[in-house]
Write a protein that binds this ligand. Structure first.
Ligand code: FES
Ligand code: FES
Length: 164
């Protein structure tokens, strides 16, 4: 039986009517037209569906609509737009860190969540650990890691934690 669910997505409140066992990934894509998050494995293994749920990264393919009543979701669309990109999004463009793009929105959400918390320029190993739940079959990861490092540097400079 369908249920009415109240949820905030990308800073706007929504009321949706759907089956509580529908995945949040499908709710985002089919009911709310936020199509950045992608379904690759559908099993919590690839990270292409990564979103922020109440500020924490989760795989939206593993969360059900019945679990999000009253919660806040942010997808790649809520992090920045093409006319006003977040530091991570801009760095992915600048470093050429995307190829087919299927993994990119998930990486951007995970990297954004990581960079928000760092208080020093992260090492390559710290970046790899932070992005350990996200898989990419195209890039070989080198440019993704460079992009995350560049975005972290920019963010820390902005907060005056690092000198320019
Ligand atoms: S589609 Fe959700 S982790 Fe792969
Ligand atoms: S760019 Fe193709 S899967 Fe990452």
């Amino acid at each position: 039986m369908k249920k009415t669910i109240h949820v905030q997505v990308n800073h706007k409140n929504y009321e949706i009517v759907c089956h509580p066992a529908k995945t949040v990934l499908d709710v985002l894509r089919e009911d709310l037209d936020f199509t950045a998050s992608k379904e690759c494995c559908g099993k919590g293994e690839c990270g292409s569906c990564t979103i922020l749920l109440n500020g924490e990264i989760v795989c939206s393919c593993l969360i059900l609509a019945g679990q999000i009543e009253g919660k806040k979701i942010v997808t790649c669309e809520g992090i920045g737009t093409s006319s006003s990109m977040d530091a991570v999004q801009q760095a992915f463009v600048d470093e050429g860190a995307t190829q087919c793009g299927y993994c990119t929105p998930g990486f951007i959400v995970a990297a954004h969540a990581f960079i928000r918390k760092v208080d020093h320029l992260p090492t390559e190993d710290e970046i790899k650990t932070a992005l350990g739940g996200n898989l990419c079959r195209c890039t070989g990861y080198t440019k993704i890691i460079k992009a995350v490092e560049a975005a972290a540097r920019k963010t820390l400079e902005k907060k005056s934690i690092l000198n320019k």
